[in-house]
Design a protein around this ligand. Sequence first.
Ligand SMILES: O=P(O)(O)OC[C@H]1O[C@H](OP(=O)(O)OP(=O)(O)O)[C@H](O)[C@@H]1O
Ligand SMILES: O=c1cc[nH]c(=O)[nH]1
Ligand SMILES: [Mg+2]
Length: 225
Amino acid sequence: MPIEDRDNAYLVTHALAKDTLSRLRDVETEQVSFRKGLVKLGRICGYEIIDGRMETEYVEIDTPLEETMGERVKGLDDVVIINVLRAATPFVEGLLKAFPRARQGVISASRDEEAGRDEDGSFPITVDYVKLPEITEDDTVIVADPMLATGSTMGTVLEHVIENSPEPEHLIVLSAVSAPEGLLRVSEEVPEADLLTVSIDDRLDDDGFIVPGLGDAGDRAFRTT
Ligand SMILES: O=P(O)(O)OC[C@H]1O[C@H](OP(=O)(O)OP(=O)(O)O)[C@H](O)[C@@H]1O
Ligand SMILES: O=c1cc[nH]c(=O)[nH]1
Ligand SMILES: [Mg+2]
């Protein structure tokens, strides 16, 4: 479903996505359930991407009984999934259930929270590791990070993705929870990307956390503080 005023931002509206996110938000959801919930949400979002953005084609099939026509999804071999360490790891595990043959990239990018936010509301981002597969014009590239808060991390990650590759067929930024500020920042900085999210929350607090949000996704999934 397109989001008002943003022609490149869309909501994942599957009821199971909303159900799963509600469980993730609950402060009583402990580490194992939280991690499994992120895996489940990644899988559902993957199916939604296939349903909404990928074409199918008719192919001849021999069943054990006779010849018939069947429908196959096109482009499943031309998918690249980029894991933004660290909170995206379980989310990507779920996405891989929908796209088992995806080529994968990893970018370690994190907010320097001690430095605080700049005047424009962004955080300085530290990038420690970048390993991306070759990206081609035929690819559907999904950059996954469950949390899109100020958009500083995603903006930096997308610079790395775009830097050395041709424009792919689809460039999708996938998040579970987004703040309006982050969506706005990324949609302005990278208008060629489609932003897909399960929820747009109310606001950011002074520390740059999404409210109501779900807290620190990385800490909850990895049981760190
Ligand atoms: O939109 P932003 O304001 O940049 O915030 C979002 C980022 O913050 C979190 O990562 P964090 O830096 O906490 O690293 P972690 O995943 O290792 O916990 C989250 O996983 C996003 O990557
Ligand atoms: O609310 C937020 C913001 C950034 N990162 C998180 O994990 N949660
Ligand atoms: Mg974190």
